[in-house]
Design a protein around this ligand. Structure first.
Ligand code: M6R
Length: 369
């Protein structure tokens, strides 16, 4: 059932282009409008929403962090993303104009379930983004948008993450469409690019051999750091989480802008640091800032592993290892930038002799708080 792959994780990484395409299927019409009839929250209610709160755990939380950037940019509705396990304990402020989005692959994560129950008690509307038909979280929500990743068996989430991102983008764009906010050329071109993103994920998968080779050379390291900015920051966190889970290594993700506020003290000779570089088009200020971050850490001896858009010539001189990804709109970059990090973690785990599909101490779904 592993379809010729050694591990479910490898199979699931390879299935990502299809998972992404399946999650888009039937949801964008020929005119480039979104048809999310399954979101059974009436448009009149969605038009009144004045705050979006996203709750999730682990990898799904990272998808939620990325969704915040998209929702605020495309809809101008204030959005916060919170760890489900923290949410209800701070007595969060919600009312019927709050839209809560609960993201969960399994649909059974107890922390997320308790957060959404709390939200509904306060009168908020809850939309689930879920991969498992008929599971508890969608059953207890007002509406559900299913991700169509297919069953995910490996404990480390891969294809579910990419489809959660797609679902989040769809919800963000749909909210924009329903409310008519900023509904212009940018949105239309994003929808076009989103509908073709599976091909780009495929391209990334075809170029992963050097990433595997690199990972094998790092098997005896103790620490790997990950840096990103903007949507690259949650990508860095996701890269670090994958490495912890699979390789049992000390891995930390940082917002690159935080470097000089502390983490730069960790940089030492030959320390592997993975940096996710935003597109030099789009948010070019961020791009230039991260290039100087790379220079700073390299000057202190770090071994820089740089994930950057193909053709981004400015970063090459400072990259000990350059991993190129296709050009995408800034907000969509996580869909292609995360893939090398999954491959990297999987290969490191294998090189260290770890059990890839069933990492120690972890369960696929966490049904206790
Ligand atoms: O089923 P869920 O999406 O609710 O699970 C949330 C987390 O437990 C999950 O993403 C976990 O962090 C994965 N093992 C990450 O690879």
């Amino acid at each position: 059932e592993k379809g010729g792959y050694d591990y479910f994780m490898l199979k699931e990484i390879a299935e990502q282009p299809k998972a992404v395409a399946d999650t888009l299927l039937g949801r964008i019409d020929e005119a480039g409008s979104l048809t999310l009839d399954e979101v059974r929250i009436p448009a009149s209610v969605l038009r009144e929403v004045d705050k979006v709160v996203i709750v999730a755990c682990g990898t799904a939380y990272h998808a939620g962090m990325i969704a915040k950037y998209a929702i605020e940019h495309w809809t101008r509705i204030p959005c916060e993303t919170e760890l489900a396990s923290e949410f209800r304990y701070r007595d969060p402020i919600m009312d019927p104009r709050t839209l809560v989005i609960a993201i969960s692959q399994s649909g059974e994560t107890m922390d997320t379930l308790m957060a959404l129950r709390h939200a509904r008690e306060q009168g908020a509307k809850v939309l689930a983004i879920c991969n498992t038909n008929g599971s508890t979280i969608p059953r207890e929500s007002d509406a559900v948008l299913y991700t169509h990743a297919g069953p995910e068996v490996a404990v480390a989430s891969t294809k579910a993450f990419l489809t959660q991102l797609v679902a989040c983008y769809l919800v963000a764009l749909y909210l924009g469409q329903v409310r008519g906010t900023k509904w212009g050329d940018e949105i239309q071109s994003v929808i076009r690019e989103l509908s073709e993103i599976g091909t780009q994920v495929e391209q990334v998968l075809e170029t992963m051999e050097p990433v595997r080779e690199l990972a094998r050379t790092l098997a005896d390291k103790n620490t790997v750091l990950f840096l990103g900015r903007h949507v690259g920051y949650p990508v860095a966190l996701e890269g670090a989480l994958k490495l912890k889970e699979l390789a049992y290594m000390h891995a930390e993700g940082f917002a690159a802008g935080e470097l000089k506020h502390g983490p730069i003290a960790l940089i030492e000779e030959d320390l592997p640091v993975v940096v996710v570089v935003p597109s030099p088009r789009g948010r070019s200020v961020l791009h230039d800032k991260i290039v100087s971050n790379i220079q700073e850490i390299r000057a202190r001896g770090a071994r820089t592993i740089v994930i950057a858009e193909r053709g981004d010539t400015t970063v090459a001189p400072y990259a000990d290892h350059l991993i190129e990804i296709p050009a995408t709109p800034t907000l969509l970059q996580p869909l292609v930038a995360t893939v090398p990090l999954q491959v990297f973690a999987c290969e490191l785990a294998t090189a260290r002799g770890n059990e890839v599909d069933q990492p120690r101490n972890l369960a696929k779904s966490v049904t206790v708080e």
